[in-house]
Design a protein around this ligand. Structure first.
Ligand code: DGL
Length: 293
């Protein structure tokens, strides 16, 4: 191996999300790729993204990616369904490193699992309205049918720690009802938060197969890193660093819930200052991509 290649292998994988929901993806990455160095950015100061316009989500995505680029990341993972739904193509077109969102891996998992060709998706309003899952699935196979349900109330409930409360169960039941009436046999958990209440969703969904986009993404990233010769073969133990744009109240509690163990060494960065310094270059790539359609 050339030293340039091994240097790249040692470089971290960058992961970002609108907040700390993306830690459900980090959890899967740490499990499947124990030799990789990870650097995570959660835009906790501006979460949620799921209620915002596509234009603003695209702007945030470029800013978040620019923050991670400072760490010479060899690979960029968009660990947020909302950003993946509207901005992965923009990021792929404007960044130098490979970019993977959570949508395509989730789509592939669902196509693999469905038997009757009827797939449900639950996510934020922005994700469902973008129809990104529908498009990707029917591009792959026009015979498949996709049914979406925006489930915005679950995000704050899960952050609140209401993981098995009756109110959460009834909310899940309500959101699932129209999907189950469509006789889906596979359901994509199209939001970073949903794996945290996977068991409850499974109880309410009966024998429908659940697809965890985060797990599917970690599997796909592992394959892609192998194919491109970017897997870290170094002996050094994995290092994971966490950066957030705000330390919200109950950060430790909520972070632990998503990651499965405490989030150690989270650093709050001054994102406004970063944007003031770097804004010009970030927005230039945004204008360019707008001109390119
Ligand atoms: N991370 C978002 C997602 O997966 C959920 C939270 C938000 O709306 O920002 O869609």
């Amino acid at each position: 191996l050339s030293s340039a290649a091994s240097l790249q292998q040692n470089n971290p994988i960058g992961i970002f999300d609108s907040g700390i929901g993306g830690l459900t993806v980090v959890k899967q990455l740490m499990h499947l790729l124990p030799n990789e160095n990870l650097v995570y950015f959660g835009d906790t100061a501006r979460v949620p993204y799921g209620t915002r316009s596509e234009k603003l989500i695209r702007q945030y995505a470029l800013e978040d990616a620019a923050f991670l680029e400072q760490f010479s990341v060899k690979y960029l993972i968009v660990a947020c369904n909302t950003v993946s739904a509207v901005a992965v193509d923009l990021l792929s077109a404007t960044r130098e490193m490979p970019v993977t969102g959570v949508i395509i891996p989730g789509v592939e998992g669902a196509i693999r699992e469905t038997r009757n060709g009827r797939i449900g998706v639950m996510g934020t309003r922005a994700t469902i309205e973008s129809k990104a899952y529908n498009r990707r699935i029917t591009e792959r196979n026009p015979e498949l049918q996709v049914f979406g349900a925006a489930a915005p109330l679950l995000v704050p409930m899960i952050e609140e720690g209401w993981l098995s409360e009756e109110v959460t169960r009834l909310t899940v039941r309500n959101y699932l009802r129209p999907l189950l009436e469509e006789n889906i046999d596979t359901l994509i958990l199209g939001c970073t938060h949903f794996p945290v209440i996977r068991d409850l969703i499974q109880e309410e969904a009966g024998d429908v197969t659940l697809i965890d986009s985060g797990l599917e993404t970690a599997r796909q990233v592992k394959i892609l890193l192998g194919e491109t010769g970017l897997l870290n073969s170094g002996e050094s133990p994995q290092q994971t660093r966490f950066f957030v744009s705000d330390i919200p109240r109950k950060f430790d509690e909520v972070g632990t819930r998503f990651l499965g163990h405490p989030v150690v060494n989270a650093t709050r960065i001054d994102f406004d200052e970063f944007l003031m310094e770097k804004g010009d270059t970030i927005y230039k790539s945004m204008n360019l991509s707008e001109q390119n359609g």
